[in-house]
Write a protein that binds this ligand. Structure first.
Ligand code: KIV
Length: 259
């Protein structure tokens, strides 16, 4: 049975951790789906890991739709969530409905993700959910605000800042979000939010007390040339690919391949 947003809430209630990863193309999405990943995020991190941009800011709606379509063609079980890129939802709830609507209609994905839980964004989430578009919230370190943060520092480090993040979490729940990504915050704060909200929390660099975990797939596979300290590589595909290409290159040059 394909994973639904409702199922994620049931898993929270049962204490069954949610397994989430990003994917940006057909082959990787198929491998993740076959391996039983519950939620696949077509993250705007694709701008950095797939398209070579310095930040997620230049990513366009067209680029997200292009990659999400490829992921959709591969996936049979996982819930697919697609990021709304920078400035495709912040202007107005109408802009958000237009962008999210295009994602759902053109890609076949089931939900969208957007960043922040401030008052305006909570209103936007309310509008989106009122027209039947499921929304995954994203609070804590929100990479689309990189220039405001001056990089990617841990968030919620003062009592005031933690209180604001908790407030944003509660506002997103109230607005109808089906789950929350908590990025790069202290474990104690993630624990407090997880205990206080009825919807699942999915952590990235937010400690062990979330209802699930998400990482960028290139980091997990050891494909990235850099990864954040909280990410863990479970393979070294960078080394494997380099070695394979070197062997192929040598065999071609020495006329050993093809035989
Ligand atoms: O874009 C992305 O990959 C994300 C995850 C890291 C949560 O937002």
């Amino acid at each position: 049975m394909a994973v639904t947003t409702r199922q994620l809430t049931q898993w929270k209630q049962k204490g069954r951790p949610i397994v989430a990863l990003t994917a940006y193309d057909y082959t990787i999405a198929q491998l993740l789906d076959n391996a039983g990943v519950d939620l696949i995020l077509v993250g705007d991190s694709l701008g950095m890991v797939t398209l070579g941009y310095e930040t997620t800011l230049p990513v366009t709606l067209e680029e997200m739709i292009h990659h999400a379509k490829a992921v959709r063609r591969a996936v049979k079980q996982a819930l697919i969530v697609v990021d709304l890129p920078f400035l495709t939802y912040q202007e107005s709830p109408q802009q958000a409905i237009h962008s999210a609507g295009r994602i759902l209609k053109e890609t076949g994905a089931q939900a969208v993700k957007l960043e922040s839980g401030n008052k305006e964004i909570a209103q936007t989430v309310k509008k989106l959910t009122s027209v039947g578009i499921p929304v995954l919230g994203h609070i804590g370190l929100t990479p689309q605000s990189v220039h405001q943060f001056g990089g990617y520092p841990q968030q919620g480090k003062t009592p005031d800042a933690s209180a604001r993040i908790l407030e944003e979490a509660l506002a997103l729940v109230e607005a109808g979000a089906f789950a929350l990504v908590l990025e790069h915050i202290e474990a104690y704060l993630a624990k407090e939010i997880t205990e206080k909200v009825s919807i699942p929390t999915i952590g990235i660099g937010a400690g062990a007390y979330c209802d699930g975990q998400i990482l960028v797939v290139n980091d997990v596979l050891g494909l990235s040339d850099w990864r954040p300290p909280f990410a863990k590589a479970y393979a070294n595909l960078r080394g494997t690919v380099t070695q394979a290409v070197k062997e192929y290159s040598l065999e071609v040059k020495e006329r050993k391949f093809p035989q």
